[in-house]
Design a protein. Structure first.
Lengths: 404, 127
């Protein structure tokens, strides 16, 4: 077989085929990365090829795969975006070539220790999002042709897509596992009260930041939480986990629900900048006749009386947790008659595109009864969700005081 | 409305939300048309930031916003905080219940200077 003339049409085609080979599609991300790097090294006749991905802080690039300079990965090389060679490619989001590799152009000493004299780097971008950098290095001084840059960018696009997809799959699985571990598997047995709950992840967003919690407190009191961290996916689930723990800790020390939310707000503002969560926190008193409740931007619970009357409760409303400086939260005491039911929910239950929240609240009001909580939850989900595909996640918790 | 459109004309890939900004007498008017929720909030935040970077006063025109969920409110509260920290006057123009009611239910109705029209908001911003 004749060797194609370098730079000719046949050679270009051979090079493109080598990196778009359908067989590559069957490899998992890790194997795909190393196979593509091996091929790129051969096609461009270079000595090293390295992929760095943006870490969870979104400030650093971390080496995840390399041929010819494997110690980059083994040593966990980390390059701040905007600094050094890879950092510059990430910042400028365009191909960059340098022919001087030393501490003035590169922050990673492994590159000049390796004797590299020319580096070519391209950004990894998918759906407009920067996910990392791919760079190749040569120990000889050389210039890369436009064709070389195009080929490298083509490989980068393929790597970006694969890396992005893999991160997506891993994050969704992690978020779902976290969410499952944070929602009570069973609600506690509490004398005088019965509970039932539902949680459904949104179809658009997967698992989100909705949570509910029921726990016993000293003095035979009972805490009931319904919360919604704005956002979705792993980031929202992680913040939800922290807020849930913090709220439990404050609840143990502080009796007044409004004061618990004030502390939670302070914690969120200090440690979780940019977070916003709506929370309803209620405490059923020892007598079971009174419920103290405080709201942080959260819709109030619906109350159903045994005589059939249903309505929204009207506790004082404070701003959402985490955002407004100097938010104030006050508790409101509600009466709970024997057999009465309180229905807590997140906005995903009542909010729909093409409709109003008030329409959703009205439907909820027409649906809730003072029946057994399990049956009430089933009915509410059947009527308000039914067979509809819901975009946002939904949490629902019904609590009934035992009938006299 | 008068004034030449500038900069960020719509969101690429979004069919449900359009963000447009124009400048009128030193006040940047950013119009949000469509649905602002979890699906569009992230892109909207980027467009809003880009549109308001050099503003000294901002009017958020939400007179044609049909759906406004908590994720949308979160980005507006963040934007408002950042702008106010830089001494930028921020006003909201809307008479839509689809915007006002969620703000009321989330206890933040008093957090924004709300005017029923862009003209009213502009008049107040220039004062």
């Amino acid at each position: 077989m004749a060797v194609p003339e370098p730079g000719g049409a046949e050679d270009r085609l051979r090079r493109i085929e080598a990196v778009t080979d359908a067989a590559l599609a069957h490899l998992d991300t890790e194997a795909l990365l190393s196979e593509l790097l091996i091929r790129v090294r051969e096609l461009l006749d270079v000595d090293t090829a390295t992929v760095l991905l943006i870490d969870s802080s979104a400030r650093n690039l971390v080496a995840v795969a390399s041929v010819g300079i494997e110690e980059e990965v083994r040593q966990g090389v980390r390059v701040p975006i905007g600094r050094g060679f890879a950092g510059r490619v990430a910042m400028e989001r365009r191909p960059v070539m340098i022919t001087q590799v030393d501490d003035t152009t590169v922050v990673n000493p492994l590159l000049w220790d390796r004797g590299l004299r020319t580096l070519l780097g391209v950004p990894l971008v998918t759906t407009g999002v920067l996910v990392g950098v791919l760079h190749v290095g040569s120990v000889t001084a050389r210039r890369f042709a436009d064709d070389d840059v195009h080929l490298l960018q083509m490989v980068a696009d393929r790597i970006a897509l694969a890396a992005h997809t893999q991160v997506g799959v891993v994050e969704r699985a992690a978020a779902a596992a976290l969410q499952r571990s944070l929602l009570p598997a069973t609600l506690p047995d509490v004398p005088g009260l019965s509970f039932a709950a539902r949680y459904v992840p949104g179809t658009d967003t997967g698992v989100g930041g909705d949570w509910y919690d029921v726990f016993r407190l000293p003095g035979d009191r009972v805490g009931i939480v319904m919360g919604d961290v704005v956002g979705n996916g792993l980031a929202a689930a992680v913040v939800m986990g922290r807020l849930r723990s913090a709220l439990r800790a404050y609840a143990l020390d502080v009796e007044d629900p409004g004061e618990v939310l004030r502390k939670l707000d302070r914690k969120a503002q200090h440690f979780e900048y940019g977070t916003m969560a709506t929370v309803s926190y209620a405490v059923v008193e020892r007598d079971r006749e009174h419920v103290s409740i405080a709201l942080a931007g959260h819709p109030p619970p619906m109350v159903a009386a045994p005589n059939g009357a249903v309505g929204l409760t009207e506790p004082l409303l404070g701003p959402p947790i985490g955002f407004l400086r100097g938010g104030s939260y006050q508790s409101t005491v509600l009466d709970l008659r024997p057999g009465a039911l309180l229905c807590f929910y997140t906005d995903g239950l009542v909010e729909r595109r093409g409709s109003t929240i008030d329409a959703g609240l009205l439907t909820l009001r027409e649906t809730v009864t003072a029946g057994p909580p399990e049956a009430v939850c089933a009915k509410v989900m059947a009527v308000l969700v039914g067979t509809e595909i819901v975009r946002d996640d939904i949490a629902l918790l019904a609590m009934r005081r035992d009938p006299a | 409305m008068t004034g030449a459109p500038s900069g960020h004309d719509g969101l690429p890939g979004s069919t449900v939300l359009t963000v447009r900004d124009i400048e009128r007498d030193g006040v940047v008017v950013v119009s949000l048309v469509g649905e602002l929720d979890m699906a569009t909030a992230e892109d909207a935040a980027i467009a809003l930031r880009a549109a308001t970077t050099h503003a000294t006063a901002v009017v958020l025109d939400m007179t044609e916003l049909r759906f406004f969920a908590s994720a949308g409110l979160n980005i507006l509260l963040q934007l408002r905080q950042e702008l106010q920290d830089n001494g930028v006057d921020v006003r909201l123009a809307t008479d839509q219940q689809a915007v006002l009611r969620p703000m009321e239910l989330m206890g933040v109705a008093d957090q924004f200077a709300v005017h029923s029209s862009v003209a009213d908001a502009l008049a107040a911003a220039r004062r």
